[in-house]
Design a protein around this ligand. Structure first.
Ligand code: THU
Length: 133
């Protein structure tokens, strides 16, 4: 599977990151089952705990517009004003949010560039999610 185009969208989204406190800029691009793409960036706050990660920004944008079915998310992150050098794996809270809406075969695409990326299933990254019963 070629996720180069999705990573290009994540790299573009990263440019809007609001990260004056950590200096770490993240971009995400979420591919819906219908082929539409929702992007997100991290948005920080002077009250640090109020920050929102790029992945959740993308999910909440999509879900708030009625989307419920997703295929993949591309994520890129790195220090402000520097090229992305290494992959940026999603934090635990974002993995839990992904698990709310996505099955175990949802693809999490972690990029170093649009040509160099690793693909994981959500099952690999989050094998035992919390759920109510
Ligand atoms: N961040 C994300 O946007 N996604 C992740 O998966 C990990 C961390 C953001 C949160 C914060 O604004 C900055 O990166 C440093 O933790």
């Amino acid at each position: 599977m070629d996720y180069g185009y999705l990573l290009e969208e994540a790299l573009k989204a990263r440019k809007a990151a609001y990260a004056p406190y950590s200096g770490f800029q993240v971009g995400a691009a979420l591919l819906c089952a219908d082929g539409s793409i929702y992007t997100g960036c991290n948005v920080e706050n002077s009250s640090y705990g109020a920050a929102c990660c790029a992945e959740r920004t993308a999910f909440f944008k999509a879900v708030s517009e009625g989307k419920r079915s997703f295929r993949a998310i591309a994520v890129v992150g790195g220090k402000k004003d520097e090229e992305v050098l290494e992959v940026c794996p999603p934090c635990g809270i974002c993995r839990q949010v992904m698990r709310e809406f996505c099955g175990s075969d949802f693809a999490v695409v972690l990029g170093r560039s649009s040509l160099d990326y690793d693909i994981y299933t959500l099952e690999q990254l989050f094998p035992l999610p919390f759920d109510t019963f």
